[in-house]
Design a protein around this ligand. Structure first.
Ligand SMILES: C=CC1=C(C)c2cc3[nH]c(cc4nc(cc5[nH]c(cc1n2)c(C)c5CCC(=O)O)C(CCC(=O)O)=C4C)c(C)c3C=C
Ligand code: FE2
Length: 424
């Protein structure tokens, strides 16, 4: 068995692979087994900053400038053995280091009579700024009252079970997970390829629970991408990002330098939204649609002024606008770092929960909301506990998937993601 732990395939599949292998060796795509062992450097990308560093004190993919695509996956652990989980995290770490350099998850073997440790669909695509960010759900520590891996005592207090928020319509099959992997890359195939290799390595140890793809295109010359509602999304981030994002001495030692990731799959009623006049849309968000400026201001990065009033004495920023209700000064100073992606999964039969209560084939599209913070109780839970009750945006946004994951600190060469926990 290869280090990936992939099992030899069914004999008939092996026969197919052998045939496919000889076609490759015969020059079908110009790749011999020998050449494949050491993939040629990608000349076009050589010397460009296309590779994001993987090793380091902090995991990448959190404060890394956002790539254009994501593939998020949550896994359920199926093994009962602690050593399997360690083995998996060690394999994932080694593979992630290789993949983020633009290499296959495992060196492609010269021997074509064994399954390869990489599916090869990423060959030649380069690193594409791939990052892989790993997280631990509550189920790694305790599940159904059981301490499966002897980790229950190390579950951080901050890794709570998220409360039910007003309006939540969470689908169990899109919620939770014992482990999470978020691949982000400037090429969707690179992101999918990475998660696919990691998932294959989890054979007999963990299986995928839910996944979500996403995209985020930044117009050239602009700082902020637009979401599917047509608004710039991601303009206002905390001033002191490090203080907001990274767990400090207040957390368990093994989480210091890590962060808590909240992920929410938020379906947006695009058909409904598109029928609203732009003035109403701007009052709902609290920003001007085309410039991205706060209401009453001219430029995107002008300060948000929640105290400004108009000639009639009414607040310029409506009381139930998204920006007002999400702002730190409406939430006892709570702040989060947002790193979301739009998603588009076609259409699905849907019944709206707000007027005009339309039913039919509606877009299954919206926002894969992702945020990081040092403690979700004083971050996401505080802010969304407030906005989920009063925000006008809720007429158009329904949370259907959810997860909270403790993302441990990064790893140094020779170590692995999660080592601080398993050796705590
Ligand atoms: C607390 C959680 C938040 C959820 C859930 C959320 C959903 C959500 N947001 C948008 C679009 C925008 N959000 C904007 C700002 C903004 N949103 C949150 C938090 C949540 N959003 C915060 C903390 C902020 C910053 C507020 C501030 O300090 O000004 C904006 C404005 C532009 C920007 O600053 O990024 C937009 C647009 C959607 C579409 C959505 C779910 C569907
Ligand atoms: Fe928001």
């Amino acid at each position: 068995m290869s280090i990936s732990g992939r099992k030899p395939p069914h004999p008939s599949r092996r026969g197919f692979l052998a045939t496919a292998g000889s076609l490759v060796a015969a020059g079908g795509i110009g790749l011999t087994a020998e050449a494949a062992t050491t993939p040629a450097p990608d000349k076009k990308r050589a010397g460009t900053p296309a590779a994001e560093p993987f090793w380091g004190a902090r995991q990448s993919g959190i404060l890394t400038p956002a790539q254009s695509h994501t593939y998020f996956a949550a896994f359920d652990l199926t093994t009962t053995k602690r050593e399997d989980v360690v083995k998996l995290l060690q394999r994932w770490t080694e593979a992630a280091a290789r993949l983020t350099r633009g290499e296959p998850a495992e060196p492609i073997p010269a021997d074509q009579s064994v399954p390869a440790g990489d599916s090869a669909d990423g060959l030649g695509l380069g690193p594409a700024r791939l990052t892989l960010t790993f997280g631990f759900g509550a189920g790694l520590f305790t599940k159904d009252g059981q301490d499966r891996y002897g980790l229950a005592a190390h579950r951080p207090e901050a890794l709570v079970d998220l409360p039910r928020f007003n309006g939540d319509q969470l689908v169990p099959a899109r919620t939770g997970g014992d482990l999470s992997v978020q691949a982000c890359a400037d090429d969707p195939q690179v992101a999918f390829h990475a998660v696919r290799q990691l998932s294959a390595m989890a054979y007999d140890i963990a299986e995928m629970r839910w996944v979500q793809t996403g995209f985020s295109s930044q117009p050239p010359g602009e700082k902020t991408p637009r979401n599917l509602m047509g608004f710039k999304d991601g303009t206002r981030q905390p001033d002191q990002i490090d203080k907001v994002v990274w767990v400090g001495p207040e957390g368990p030692a093994w989480m210091q330098g890590g962060s808590y990731m909240v992920v929410r799959r938020v379906r947006i009623s695009l058909e409904h939204w598109d029928r609203m006049n732009v003035d109403f849309q701007e009052k709902t968000i609290g920003r001007h649609k085309y410039s991205g400026a706060p209401l009453g201001k001219k430029k995107e990065f002008d300060e948000v002024d929640l105290d400004a009033t108009d000639a009639e004495g009414n607040p310029v920023m409506p009381e139930n606008s998204h920006v007002r209700l999400s702002h730190s000064s409406s939430n006892d100073g709570a702040e989060i770092y947002r790193r979301g992606y739009s998603y588009n999964d076609g259409v699905a039969f849907t019944a709206e929960r707000w007027p005009p209560w339309k039913q039919g084939m509606l877009y299954d599209a919206g926002l894969l909301f992702v945020c990081y913070q040092r403690d979700p109780r004083t971050g996401f839970i505080k802010i969304f506990g407030n906005s989920s009750k009063f925000d006008m945006l809720n007429q158009f946004a329904t949370h259907v998937g959810s997860g909270l994951f403790a993302c441990p600190p990064g790893a140094r060469p020779g170590g692995y993601i999660g080592q601080s926990l398993f050796e705590a």
